[in-house]
Design a protein around this ligand. Structure first.
Ligand SMILES: [Zn+2]
Length: 209
């Protein structure tokens, strides 16, 4: 079986991601995963603009509130947005591997993340009238590019901060997902990976390996 088709049964591939609830940069990294374990196939849940819109919609709560609101009324994603998100995703996967593996990250990947982080630049202005409300403004006019910036900025915070010590690459065979170890006993990205590892151990023992 080759590439799985997105929009299976009218649902976005984003709805079928095996892992959710991780920090935003890992959520982006984890949009590629192996379906079916060691002999499985690679799934890319961000195959096109509709997938990116679905991914952004599903992660509204992880963006700054004003941006989440701007995203709701933003124009649909275009292919160049997908290209930019995939470039950032590739760089973040590399940095996650370097961070968990204790390796020096490639400058080119750092440059992608650092340039994207600038897109999150924001300041506050006073609204007209008697409300004296503070209104957020961004240097970048396109909410989807600001969102790319917030993912990158979240990556700077994640890889430089205390949570980086709990950053893990799932060690289950055939798994490429990353997670932040949320409790002491968490060994795998998902219960599914834990079960596959236990079943494999059991069958190795049964065969007397
Ligand atoms: Zn896993």
């Amino acid at each position: 079986m080759g590439e799985s088709t997105n929009q299976e049964h009218g649902r976005s591939a984003v709805d079928q991601l095996p892992l959710s609830g991780e920090p935003l940069p890992l959520e982006l990294v984890n949009t590629t995963y192996i379906k079916g374990g060691v002999r499985g196939h690679l799934v890319d849940a961000l195959a096109g603009p509709a997938d990116l819109d679905a991914w952004l919609g599903a992660h509204g709560a992880q963006f700054s509130p004003a941006l989440a609101e701007a995203l709701e009324s933003a124009a649909a994603a275009r292919p160049e947005h997908v290209e930019a998100y995939l470039e950032l995703r590739g760089a973040l996967r590399h940095l996650a591997a370097a961070r968990t593996g204790g390796r020096v990250p490639e400058p080119a990947h750092l440059a992608v993340v650092n340039a994207a982080a600038g897109l999150a630049a924001q300041w506050q202005e006073l609204a007209p009238g008697t409300s004296f409300a503070a209104v957020p403004r961004w240097l970048e006019a396109d909410p989807l590019r600001v969102a790319l910036g917030e993912v990158a900025a979240a990556a700077v915070a994640l890889f430089s901060g205390a949570r980086a010590e709990r950053l893990r690459a799932c060690a289950a065979p055939g798994c490429i997902l990353y997670f932040v170890k949320s409790h002491a006993r968490r060994e795998w990205c998902t219960a599914g990976c834990g079960n596959r590892v236990r079943v494999a151990r059991h069958s190795r023992r049964a065969r007397g390996d």
